[in-house]
Design a binder for this molecule. Sequence first.
Ligand code: URP
Ligand code: ZN
Ligand code: ZN
Length: 463
Amino acid sequence: MLDLVIKNGLVVTKTGTARMDVGVVDEKILLVEPEIDDRPATRTIDATDKIVFPGFIDAHTHMGIPIMGTRSIDDFESGSIAAACGGVTTIIDFTVQEPGQTLQESIDVRLAKADGKSHIDYALHVNVTDQPQARVAEIPAIVEQGFSAFKVFSTYKQAGMMIAWPEFRNVLEAVQRQGALLCLHAEDDATVEKDTAANIVAKRRAAICHPRSRTPAAEAMAITQAADIARELGAQLYIVHLSSKAGLDAALAAREQGAKLILETCPQYLVLSEACYLKENGHHWITTPPLRTEEDCEALWDALSQGQIDVVATDHCPFTRSQKDDNSGRFHLTPNGIPGVETLFPLLYTYGVAEGRLSLERLVQVLATNPARIFGFCGQKGVIEIGADADFTIWDPEKEWRIKPELLHGNADWSPYVGMTILGAVAQTILRGFVLAEYGDFVGTAVRGNLVLKNESNQTLRN
Ligand code: URP
Ligand code: ZN
Ligand code: ZN
């Protein structure tokens, strides 16, 4: 007896697409065959004319984190419901290391926030923001528990989160020694501080001054600096939310010289531009790094379709309009971050696949297979393979809808993508065999999200 059969769908893996049936038992994929015969199943989903993807992974979210005296407005409950409605079955969020906290304490606090709340599976990257040097000794025990990645910031000095380059080297070395991966938010803080101060002093405080204070040059500078250190150590380094052509060029040049960089970008850097900052409520779009020019978007699309960018994730960090409005007219005091987890896959399908920039297989690589491989969930997540978790996103390419806040499920009362037309709809999102969402409705009947831990060494994407 099967728990679930998905019949007649176009099943997409990272290497190919074929009409297949998929059978599920005990939360795992048991069968992937051209035709599953008349084996009885508790539930059958007819996926005729639909595309069956592996459940997608959003490798960069921030549920309920403190920023500028407030908190991002989704917690693990609301954020995971939004994710499920958008076809995401696993998120990778981040710990928040409060001053004086050990890494272990920060993990325990964060896990308590997700446990029993998240409707989808979740993993954690471990932020190292306070006294990084003192925390190095903790890294082996944390990797031993199955946490596969750490994250540092080369900026946010004023918020007490920045790591200096000598400490960065030591953390990277310790992380590499354990076979884990370091992620970096790359912006040169001195450049950001100088440009920000110049704008503030000159009373240039409108939202458009955000991209002029956190420039592509600052991103490129930090990437080059970090890549040099990574190359000397022979360590892989994962650059989060790459936003600009200058940053991309710096990363590609570093790769040419032997740096093993893994690159992530986000939908906002592909489909939005800094023109958003000139809108009436332009400050709502303040996120870091800032939105860039259309030329930057095109460069990132090209790199994505050519395989130079490895992952697309959202940096989901939503605030309500009123949270954003509290300091409108002062770009440097507006809480930075935008919602995105629910629109990740619909946007990438619409502007990537439907516009001919990405094949279905490439979409699966950047939203599923690559993050699973990079963060150590190989064979469990991100694939439609026998033995893997039965996570699926079934897409109905015949539907069409327009993004409106009232159609989305997160706690933000606006969307940066409002008005954009999506070519298709998530028909079902399935987590370990349980249907969580159907055509925009959350239908989960119990909280089933589990912590996902690394199940093998992170696989090298870049040699
Ligand atoms: O502005 C953003 N993206 N806020 C979240 C923190 C970060 O830098 O990723
Ligand atoms: Zn960041
Ligand atoms: Zn982030």
